[in-house]
Write a protein that binds this ligand. Structure first.
Ligand code: PMP
Length: 442
């Protein structure tokens, strides 16, 4: 008899209600077990997972190589604090990250989550530059602890909890669908969006800039892919102000966009690169990596984390990287390009699909009300309720997707990268059926 036998979805939710803070309410699908791209709940229902626990289980749920590596490490030791007891899994992983990250990025600090990686990166940027201020992007997401919350450009996450510690200033996101439809070309929009950052530095800071922090593709903001040339310009602006470019690759790293890191799609290398989510395929681990020159600004005692760089998580990360390099990243690029085209076709077939966009297997469709004009621009009004309905209907048909974005009107497709084209095809078929159903009701 399994320890789960007496549990149903309902009894589980009752205990959640009783003993958990009510944060979980908007989430769904109780999880009994999972394998590759399939998730099973406590009532025996199976789902195709097209969201991978918010973009985490990149090499598939319970990937054999990752599970074996973690089990082998459990038999050696579980904890020693990697900053007190130098150990092999952490050293091996740090060396491996130096190999797979772009440019001169070489030395890492390990923590347990994305938000910690971002906060640590800011501390390092301050220590290295001797400056204090930080610019981030409107609609960007960098975490929910009070330091990262300052960088997160979305009041939804701050309401009744601000002001965040060390408030940052925010520049407009490179969101062409809403803010750049009138730009003559992608290049013209890239120039304009970069000029906005310069303007914010000019008007909202005292030019004591430590860093500009950006997501190379915005995740929680609604899968916003910047125009070509933009990231390069942002790096130049940061350096013109003696500041660092921090790329927050917590969501985009580890193969998600069809390259190991999303910054590789652009001709700019960040000074500090943050990682978490997919790094260990679900074991809690975060990191930030910098060039030796920058990293060596940290001295002993400047930063630490008791659990950071846990050896079991690091062993899992090493196996995850091997799996990714064994062909998964290359396949992600191909499957992603195909999915991107298939989703783009929805724009012609459904008025409510305002925009489709993404890189690799980080794709989104933006749902709109074509009869209403949206805020601050020419694009139609965001259709938040419709996006929620599409998410619910897909779940009822056995498919888990994400629903988010600044306007909460973006349906997100971020499956394990091991998803097959048949499974993506099934997702597209169900998505079309749901869109037909909801638009027929209108
Ligand atoms: N940065 C980015 C870009 C993210 O997408 C997230 C999580 N959605 C975070 C930071 C925060 O990560 P965590 O939830 O592990 O703190």
């Amino acid at each position: 008899m399994s320890r789960h036998d007496a549990v149903s979805n309902e009894t589980l939710e009752t205990r959640y209600d009783e003993y958990m803070m009510p944060i979980w309410k908007s989430l769904n699908v109780p999880l009994r077990r999972a394998s590759d791209c399939t998730v099973e709940d406590f009532d025996g229902n199976e789902y195709l997972d097209v969201f991978s626990g918010i973009s985490v289980t990149n090499v598939g749920h319970r990937n054999d190589a990752v599970v074996d590596a973690a089990k082998a490490q459990l038999d050696e030791f579980v904890h020693g604090c990697s900053y007190v007891h130098p150990n092999r899994p952490v050293a091996d992983l740090a060396e491996r990250i130096a190999e797979i990250t772009p440019g001169d990025l070489r030395k890492s600090f390990f923590c347990n989550s994305g938000t910690e990686a971002v906060e640590g990166a800011i501390k390092l940027a301050r220590k290295y530059t001797g400056s204090k201020e930080v610019v981030a992007l409107e609609m960007g997401f960098h975490g929910r602890t009070l330091g990262s919350l300052a960088l997160t450009g979305n009041h939804t996450y701050k309401r009744e909890m601000g002001p965040a510690i060390n408030d940052a200033v925010h520049a407009p996101a490179p969101y062409r669908y809403r803010w750049g439809a009138d730009a003559d070309s992608e290049a013209a929009f890239a120039d304009r969006a970069a000029a906005e950052i310069e303007h914010v530095i000019g008007t909202h800071t005292s030019d004591d800039l430590a860093a500009i922090v950006v997501e190379p593709v915005m995740g929680e903001g609604g899968i916003v892919v910047p125009p070509k040339g933009w990231l390069e310009r942002v790096a130049e602006i940061a350096h013109d102000h003696d500041a660092l470019l921090i790329a927050d690759e917590v969501q985009t790293g580890y193969g998600r966009t069809g390259s190991m890191f999303a910054t590789e799609h652009f001709d700019a290398t960040p000074d500090i690169l943050t990682q978490a989510k997919g790094i260990a395929n679900g074991l809690p681990l975060g990191a930030f990596t910098a060039s030796p020159e920058i990293a060596d600004a940290f001295e002993s005692g400047d930063h630490l984390s008791t659990f950071g760089g846990n050896p079991v998580a690091c062993a899992a990360a090493l196996a995850t990287i091997d799996e990714l390099e064994g062909g998964i990243v290359a396949e992600t690029a191909e499957k992603g390009a195909w999915l991107d085209d298939e989703l783009a076709a929805l724009e012609d077939d459904f008025d409510v699909v305002g925009d489709t966009r993404g890189l690799g297997l980080m794709q989104g469709i933006e749902l709109v009300d074509p009869t209403e004009t949206g805020p601050r621009g020419a694009a139609p009004a965001p259709a938040k309720a419709l996006a929620a309905t599409v998410g619910d209907e897909l779940r009822d048909r056995g498919i888990i997707v994400g629903v988010g974005g600044y306007y909460k009107n973006v349906v997100r497709f971020q499956p394990p990268l091991t998803i097959t084209t048949d499974q993506l095809d099934r997702t597209l078929g169900e998505l079309r059926a749901v869109l037909e159903e909801v638009t027929a009701d209108a």
